[in-house]
Design a protein around this ligand. Structure first.
Ligand code: NAD
Length: 481
């Protein structure tokens, strides 16, 4: 793959960048260059915000459109994305190491489904509601688009996480400037081409790949009305501070360290639960925010759970992300692999026992591979149990009884996801209700476009997806009549 782009998609045109700096993504499985795109600088962000601002502020612009008309554009956009499905899969998995089997499920069909879901909500959108006033007269309550949205996304699910923002923003009548992460830029160009083909009106969607400092410029830009961010908790805190100072609405989807609670009645037959367990604990090479990487196991079945997870993680197929048989691909960057390896060293230093993995796989000298790793005998206060590793590393923590399991699950700075594994779904639900996180699953976990997704505590603020996700892109105006 060698793809070269020399322009940005701004104002429905392909405009020249302000400098000749480039971003040069590498193939995570082979370390080979994949091409280049221009690297956005502050002036490029200024142009993109101006285009989004003009599209939003125009009296007969996108925001003024009847929402069903916006939905037609969104449906065409979804169709144009679907037509590029194979290319999205190839680009995403080459750049960030996501196995193609995962990319096909979550980086193509999923984003277009989110777009169609919000197109459907746009068709039903009731912008104005009239109600009687308590003291006479009547009152009009209007749900207005919040304005120009700065959407900043990470590299791990670049398309899905962009669409979590683009779809509700478009549905409510907002315009956007999207800033992809430098690791995953080539798929962003495919998205721009799809928008172009679908006839998304000028300035509604603008895409400028750039680094952190330029991202910070976008967050603080006077032309921006709302910030939607997915990324690390550290960056999220900085963005929240800026938005706090500016009194600018912000949605933050940040890190996680979720618990997978194995109850004492759980069926550990991997033939039955393996696929669900994979999606909930090791999906995308462990580079997924909601994964249950703290596995809580009852003491009376601890040895059995350790055996099951050791077999499960140890038998996954590691390889080039472009191979359909691959279950675990490489880390997205060399830096990310260093980070994961440093946590494995810390885990060993803390006295935890590696039962499988713990190093680099043999025969894969190129690419940033790391073996799926299971640590047993982990205390929940250990660094590997408290900090987000963002790699294929699981910590198995014993518990005494269900109260103890719930206490350990909640003993975390994060509060994003989690799962409960049990033969009795009602019992699982009762335990799930006691876990303090934004989302949780019983015997499965996959964010559904119809349901709100997001975290509490250090995992973030606000919700994406579901009808609830639309409210983050609306503001309310009351008219007393
Ligand atoms: P990151 O925070 O380093 O970067 C994310 C994006 O923000 C990138 O586009 C980056 O260029 C930009 N950025 C970084 N600092 C910025 C700043 N100060 N101002 C503006 N933009 C800035 O995160 P990452 O390493 O790319 O992604 C991994 C992290 O994302 C993990 O912590 C993971 O848990 C989190 N994540 C969360 C969710 C969720 O929905 N909660 C989903 C996926 C990933």
């Amino acid at each position: 793959m060698s793809l070269r782009y020399d322009t940005f998609y701004v104002g429905s045109e392909w405009v020249r960048p302000a400098t000749d700096r480039t971003i040069n993504p590498l193939n995570a499985s082979t370390e080979e260059p994949l091409g280049h795109v221009p690297e956005g600088v502050e002036a490029d962000i200024d142009n993109a915000v101006a285009a989004a601002r003009a599209a939003f502020d125009a009296p007969s612009g996108w925001a003024s459109w009847e929402s069903g008309r916006r939905a037609e554009v969104m449906d065409r956009f979804a169709d144009a994305i679907d037509r590029r499905a194979d290319e999205f899969v190839a680009r995403v998995s080459a750049q960030n190491g996501m196995p193609v089997a995962v990319a096909r499920q979550l980086e193509t069909g999923y984003p277009s489904a989110v777009l169609r879901f919000y197109g459907g909500l746009a068709r039903e959108l009731s912008v104005t509601e009239t109600r009687p006033g308590l003291f006479g007269g009547s009152i009009e309550v209007r749900k207005l688009p919040v304005g120009v949205v700065a959407a900043i996304v990470p590299w791990n699910f670049p398309q899905a996480l962009s669409m979590f923002k683009i779809a509700p923003a478009m549905a409510s009548g907002c315009t956007l400037v999207v800033k992809p992460s430098p690791e995953t830029v080539l798929d962003a160009y495919l998205l721009a081409e799809a928008a172009d083909e679908a006839g998304v009106p000028a300035g509604v969607l603008n895409i400028v790949p750039a680094g952190r400092e330029v991202g910070a410029h976008l967050v603080a830009h006077p032309g921006v009305d709302k910030v939607a961010f997915t990324g690390s908790t550290t960056a999220g805190r900085g963005i929240a501070e800026t938005c706090g100072r500016l009194l600018r609405p912000v949605t933050l989807e940040l890190g996680g360290k979720s618990a997978a609670i194995v109850l004492d009645d759980a069926d550990l037959d991997l033939a039955k639960i393996g696929e669900g367990l994979f999606g909930a604990t090791l999906l995308n090479n462990g580079q997924t925010c909601f994964l249950g990487t703290r596995v809580l196991a009852p003491r009376n079945r601890y040895a059995e759970v350790v055996d099951a997870f050791t077999t499960f993680a140890g038998s996954l197929t590691i390889g080039d992300a472009s191979d359909p048989a691959t279950q675990i691909g490489p880390m997205a960057t060399a830096q990310q692999r260093d980070r994961v390896e440093s946590y494995i060293t810390k885990g060993r230093g803390e006295g935890a026992r590696v039962t499988t993995g713990g190093g680099r796989p043999k025969g894969l000298e190129r690419g940033w591979f790391i073996q799926p790793t299971v640590f047993a005998d982990v205390d929940n206060s250990a660094v590997i149990a408290q900090e987000e590793i963002f790699g294929p590393v699981l910590s198995l923590i014993p518990y005494d009884d269900v109260d103890d399991a719930v206490r350990i699950a909640n003993d975390s700075d994060f509060g994003l996801g989690g799962t409960v594994w049990t033969a009795d779904p009602e019992r699982g639900l009762a335990v799930a209700h006691r876990v303090r996180t934004g989302t949780i699953g019983v015997n499965r976990y996959i964010p559904d476009p119809a349901a709100p997704f997001g975290g509490i505590k250090a995992s973030g603020l606000g919700r994406e997806l579901g009808p609830e996700g639309l409210t983050g892109y609306q503001q309310t105006q009351t008219v007393y009549l």
